[in-house]
Write a protein that binds this ligand. Structure first.
Ligand code: ATP
Ligand code: MG
Length: 400
């Protein structure tokens, strides 16, 4: 019997089969189902071509028609439905140059990276296992489908993916597979960095991160990654017993603090991270440095967006293991803050100009507002127009 998320998705397979096409659950969802791990996305492989899928389902999002992939929306869930295919060569090491659609699943499974990812399951829970993936799952082994050297040459990202899965699943990488990873590792340098960043985000969030990191070190793959090429020692300086970090902003913060010579922005640019990751990494680094000198106070919590509290606690527990913070502690402080942002200050730049009508506008305005903000947040001043104006009169700004 097939359980929950699959039960929800079963009508999608039924519909495709009604039209005499084949359809299977495939890849990571089958692997995770057999491992009794939480199932992420459900991917479906089918003999039907994308145009046909578009005809037989109401809501279809054409995300990658050229590669045979569409998203089918069914009962508020999304399913990636991909036509059975074989890949052409990867000249740009990003995407295969061309794909060929085929009628049978065999060759589609053969193009997949690892035996544990090359499993398919029909709607009744029957498993198709052409490469002994089930046995490798049982033995906790990551092994390429077919000749590892060729498979890594075709797409060197698979080298990083092997390490990513070792970090997520705690599996051993088959020794021949490791040998081939080492033979081809130089080719990682030609990959689009976004693909690597994506895999590294999952690698660092793995429950068995220590396993992934030891493969990274043992194979010296890090010597072919941006920045780590120039600073190969950083990986060896990472704290012992490091636990999963759930966002790449946390990873960047950790890397910067480990070797302050490399700025956050240098990591962000070299690894082509989003602005959101940049903001997260900067806030975490600022917060951690502040915490080191001042401890936990209102100003720290005020500066840190609440979505980063958990990451901040994870990182601070690495550097201050005896001083563990709780999420609730941060939330309590946040709720007691007299203002949430500068906009809430009882006086504005205009009020300051009124107080010093002969002064030219300049940086003193912003500086004074910043100081008031800090005094109010720290509870040393009450946020009323009267009190703030009084304070400014007694502490006149240095104008110019
Ligand atoms: P996750 O649960 O993290 O999403 P996943 O196994 O689903 O893990 P994806 O990156 O989503 O991993 O890929 C889906 C499937 O597509 C894989 O299980 C694998 O069969 C195949 N696959 C993905 N990337 C590659 C690749 N670079 N080379 C060969 N096969 C790949
Ligand atoms: Mg997936």
């Amino acid at each position: 019997m097939v359980t929950d998320p699959f039960q929800l998705a079963k009508p999608v397979l039924d519909r495709i089969e009604e039209y005499n096409h084949q359809a299977f659950f495939v890849g990571g969802c089958v692997r995770d189902f057999l491992l009794k791990r939480p199932i992420g996305d459900i991917d479906i492989a089918t003999s039907a071509q994308p145009g046909f899928i578009q005809q037989i389902f109401e809501k279809v999002i054409p995300v990658g028609i050229k590669h045979g992939t569409v998203i089918v929306r069914h009962q508020h869930q999304s399913y990636e439905v991909t036509t059975f295919r074989i890949d052409g060569i990867y000249t740009d090491q990003r995407h295969p140059d061309s794909v060929t659609f085929i009628d049978e699943i065999d060759k589609d499974l053969e193009r997949r990276d690892f035996t544990i990812n090359a499993l398919a399951m029909d709607k009744n829970g029957e498993i198709i296992d052409l490469f002994n993936g089930k046995e490798d799952l049982q033995d906790n082994i990551i092994r390429t489908v077919g000749d590892g050297y060729e498979r890594f040459m075709e797409d060197p990202l698979r080298i990083i993916r092997a390490i990513r899965f070792s970090s997520q699943l705690g599996f051993t990488i088959d020794h021949q597979t490791v040998d081939n990873m080492i033979k081809v590792k130089r080719d990682i340098e030609g990959l689009a960095i976004e693909r690597i960043t994506n895999e590294f985000t999952k690698l660092f969030a793995g429950d068995y991160l220590h396993n992934g990191l030891s493969y990274l070190k043992a194979t010296e793959i890090y010597k072919h990654l941006p920045i780590m090429i120039e600073y190969p020692y950083i990986i060896h300086l990472l704290p012992k017993g490091l636990n999963a970090l759930y966002s790449f902003g946390e990873v960047i913060a950790l890397l910067h603090i480990t070797e302050p010579k490399v700025s956050v922005i240098a990591w962000i640019n070299a690894w082509k991270c989003s602005n959101q990751i940049k903001q997260e990494a900067n806030q975490l680094v600022d917060g951690l440095y502040y915490y080191k000198s001042n401890g936990l106070d209102q100003w720290l919590v005020y500066q840190l967006s609440s979505e980063y509290y958990k990451g901040f606690i994870r990182l601070s527990s690495i550097y201050h293991p005896t001083n563990t913070l709780s999420y609730q502690e941060l939330v309590n402080i946040e709720q007691s803050l007299p203002i949430k942002s500068k906009k809430d200050l009882a006086i504005k730049g205009g009020n300051l100009i009124e107080l010093f009508p002969h002064a030219k506008r300049g940086p003193w305005l912003q500086k004074t507002l910043n100081k008031l903000e800090e005094e109010v947040v720290m509870g040393r001043l009450t946020n009323t127009e009267l009190e703030l104006k009084e304070w400014v009169k007694w502490n006149p700004p240095e104008i110019n």
